[in-house]
Design a protein around this ligand. Structure first.
Ligand SMILES: *Cc1c(COP(=O)(O)O)cnc(C)c1O
Length: 360
């Protein structure tokens, strides 16, 4: 069954904002733009950008090894998550299903759209394993999206083994959204080829993490043609800023991709080194295997570890308020010297000075 039937019925027949697609005119007096570029700024930035630049589409489709018709490029995968929620979920009626703990934007996006967010818990006691039957048991007629984050943020756990099984059982009912924001660090294959078999699979990719472009905001939806083109129709007319497109194209040059590959390999080896060093610390109680560029670590005293890092000028993410994650910090793998600084701060025998100490 075509998943178009599960889109919001009230959006059927929506006519998108009318863009002029003829961009070849020599004199452009159609879009109320300034005829003058700012001195020293990349050429063409006084003009509205092409909504989906063909060269960037070609390069990203090649990078992810998917047909261009299945690709929609947005302002980071955050925008794609938002648009999927808007496209599928009717406010106060529909719901989405996630596993927890996971990335916080799914719940926030659902709330903004007025959709209920259901969660199936995963637990540290069994290394955050996902129970797909349990997930499925929470699906009802109003479930529109089931989101699986793999590798998961903040646990680092891989959940790809459950994807095909879930896709088959959710066919015609709900979209199975696989957030692959960290897959480059996982050394496994993307779920994207499953779209050949299951039209309800959608994959999220981003250039923010492994491709070092968090500041450019470039992410992608990979989904069945009908879904990808629908998302393009409800998106803001000019989602991709010209400088961001230029940066993404630069990052997709073969030599840049080669360097990114080396950095990914370095991050993976640093991940192993930092994990070994952390697990030797008396203050570390638990450390889970990670397929991403961070490590979820439980300390005997999470607040104190946070303070020690902070006293050395290092910020790490406090995730202790998430279910089952008391005293846990999520530590991003940085450059080797940054990782050394963190390990130093956490292992030093000298206590960090009390932050609130008054002068004598
Ligand atoms: C960082 C992150 C994103 C956001 O990616 P952008 O493309 O920068 O918006 C999406 N999903 C997960 C799980 C993330 O951790």
């Amino acid at each position: 069954m075509n998943m178009k039937n599960r889109l919001r019925p009230d959006l059927a027949g929506l006519v998108p904002y009318d863009l002029d697609t003829d961009l070849d005119g020599r004199i452009r007096l159609n879009a109320n733009e300034s005829p003058w570029a700012i001195d020293g700024v990349s050429a063409g930035t006084n003009r509205y950008p092409v909504p989906q630049p063909p060269l960037l589409r070609a390069r990203m489709a090649a990078l992810y090894d998917v047909p261009e018709s299945r690709l929609w490029i947005g302002r980071g995968s955050d925008e794609v998550i938002d648009l999927l929620l808007r496209a599928f979920c009717e406010a106060r009626r529909d719901n989405i299903l996630i596993h927890a703990p996971t990335f916080g934007m799914y719940r926030i996006g659902a709330r903004l759209q007025g959709a209920e967010c259901r969660a199936a818990g995963t637990h540290p006691s069994d290394a955050f394993a996902l129970d797909p039957e349990r997930l499925l048991s929470l699906v009802d007629d109003h479930t529109k999206l089931v989101i699986v984050c793999s590798p998961n943020n903040p646990t680092g756990t891989l959940h790809h083994a459950a994807i095909a099984w879930l896709a088959e059982r959710l066919e015609g009912r709900a979209m199975l959204v696989v957030d692959e924001a960290y897959i480059e660090f996982a050394e496994i294959a993307s779920a994207a080829p499953l779209i050949d078999r299951y039209s309800n699979v959608a994959v999220l990719r981003t250039m923010s993490k492994a491709h070092a472009l968090a500041g450019a905001r470039i992410g992608a939806l990979i989904a069945h043609d009908d879904i990808a083109s629908f998302i393009g129709r409800i998106a803001t007319p000019y989602p991709l800023p010209t400088p961001s497109v230029d940066l993404a194209l630069a990052a997709l040059q073969p030599d840049a991709l080669g360097r990114e590959g080396q950095r990914i390999a370095q991050t993976i080896s640093e991940r192993a080194r930092v994990a070994r060093a952390l697990s030797d610390l008396a203050s570390v109680r638990e450390l889970w295997p990670s397929s991403a560029n961070f490590l979820l670590t439980r300390f005997t005293d999470g607040k104190r570890a946070l303070q020690r890092a902070s006293a050395a000028g290092i910020v790490v993410r406090d995730v202790s308020s998430q279910p089952d994650l008391d005293n846990c910090l999520r530590i991003t793998i940085g450059a080797p010297n940054e990782n050394d600084a963190l390990l130093n701060a956490l292992s030093s025998r000298v206590e960090a000075p009390a932050l609130m100490e008054q002068p004598a």
